[in-house]
Write a protein that binds this ligand. Structure first.
Ligand code: NAD
Ligand code: LMR
Length: 391
């Protein structure tokens, strides 16, 4: 082996890689010569496949080098559309999607403001081509060919409001956007962010059913922000490394319907009392309100939501690309309780949801929380279904 240890290629994600890959990727590479000298063609092809599927990230120069030199396979083309792209969530989410190497086309749609957002984001030197679309007459173009459609369109809360108070405005917005999705990209995976998620997802399902395009494996209410919050708050209280933390959050996305399962959190924390768990649960359930109040009339969570939305869209893209064992929490059609929609861990695959996981063992406190949330969640689901049937 040469003495000059290369530095320009640094691989930094080892997720989902088999042992030989892991050791191979621990090297830092610098040149094509090095690549061909120390990695067999088959190993380079395997690294390339891992890159293609998004199982491993590397600097764009290294990715380019590997792609150019050693592979006949290309990264799958994936179009992502963001509806509501000029909004508080839409703008940072569009930027984060532009940074995602799994995206080849990024369509930014809104009723106003998208030419500026698209021009701005398009200057970022990453893979995807960005286009802005404005107004209903351009919605067809924005959606056509989309693999994933992310919807943060709609009004946010102000202090004193519940998410359900947004229903009257957002239900109509979601209905019209989903009608267009059914028409122009019926096979797309839909990530619903617009509130109230407990109702907007059932609305979307009804719209797709009416259009004859409903595929329950492709419709997701994005509850990732609840997971992001639960991880952050748990890590802070338990004094563990937040990067190592996992906490499933189940139920729905509003108040007590958000049920973090801290009894299943990892790493296990022995330093938390029952009172700590109650406080952590309440803080997770009220996380949205905490931000709404701090913003004092200027909207709700946008930056943390953009982060959470980008993470979830990335998980969907990985699933579509065939990455194994992509598991996240989301609000989906479900039979794990008596409710027709429920958030729990789901496995994401080439067609969207591959498996909806059950709740696992719950503490007595979580069992009580589960029973308490059911009436409210059911009524929000029924409200959405009724709206979509009657309008
Ligand atoms: N799921 C979650 O965890 C979560 C988290 C935070 C916010 N939200 C929700 O996301 C939504 C958006 O929040 P925000 O802070 O970005 O609001 P915002 O007002 O800043 O942005 C909303 C955007 O939607 C656009 N819009 C309105 N009608 C549209 C239509 N018919 N087609 C396309 N775009 C349209 C607006 O022009 C605006 O740019 C709210 O409903 C909010 O409650 C959900
Ligand atoms: O709280 C809100 O209204 C926005 C969002 O649902 C959140 O959880 O931050």
């Amino acid at each position: 082996m040469t003495s000059s240890r290369p530095s320009s290629l640094s691989f930094y994600s080892k997720l989902h890689l088999s042992a030989p890959f892991k050791s191979a990727l621990l090297f830092t590479l610098s040149s094509q010569t090095f690549c061909s000298k120390y990695f067999s063609t088959s190993m380079l092809r395997s690294i390339q496949s891992a890159l293609r599927r998004g199982e491993v990230s590397c600097s764009s120069s290294s990715s380019h080098l590997l792609r150019r030199s050693y592979s006949s396979e290309s990264t799958p083309e994936r179009k992502v559309a963001v509806l509501g792209a000029a909004g508080g969530i839409g703008q940072p989410l569009s930027l984060l999607m532009k940074l995602n190497p799994l995206v080849s086309k990024l369509a930014l749609y809104d009723i106003a403001g998208t030419p500026g957002v698209a021009a701005d984001v398009s200057h970022v030197n990453t893979r995807s081509e960005v286009a802005g679309y404005i107004g209903e007459e351009q919605l067809e173009q924005a959606l056509t060919g989309s693999d994933v459609v992310v919807i943060p369109a709609g009004v946010p809360r102000k202090p004193g409001m519940t998410r359900d108070d947004l229903f009257n405005i957002n239900a109509g917005i979601v209905k019209s956007l989903c009608t267009a999705i059914a028409k122009y990209c019926p096979n797309a995976v839909v990530n619903m962010i617009s509130n109230p998620v407990n109702s907007t997802v059932p609305i979307a399902a009804e719209v797709f059913k009416k259009a004859g395009t409903y595929d329950e494996t492709k419709l997701f209410g994005v509850t990732m922000l609840d997971v992001v919050r639960a991880k952050t708050f748990y890590a802070g209280k338990a004094k563990v490394n937040v990067a190592d933390v996992n906490v499933p959050v189940v139920g729905g996305h509003a108040g007590i319907t958000i049920l973090p399962l801290f009894s299943q959190a990892t790493p296990k924390a022995n330093n938390l009392s029952d009172e700590d768990i109650v406080a952590l649960t309440k803080r997770t359930q009220d996380g949205g309100t905490e931000v709404v109040e701090a913003k004092a009339g200027k909207g709700s969570a946008t930056l943390s939501m953009a982060y959470a939305g980008a993470l979830f869209a990335d998980a969907c893209l990985k699933g579509l690309n065939g990455v194994p064992d992509v598991v996240e929490c989301a609000f989906v059609q479900s039979s794990i309780t008596e409710l027709p929609f429920f958030a729990s861990k789901v496995k994401l695959g080439k067609n969207g949801v591959e498996e909806v996981y059950g709740l696992g063992l719950l503490s007595d406190y979580e069992k009580q929380g589960l029973e308490k949330l059911k009436p409210e969640l059911l009524s929000s689901i029924e409200k959405g279904i009724k709206f979509a049937k009657e309008n």
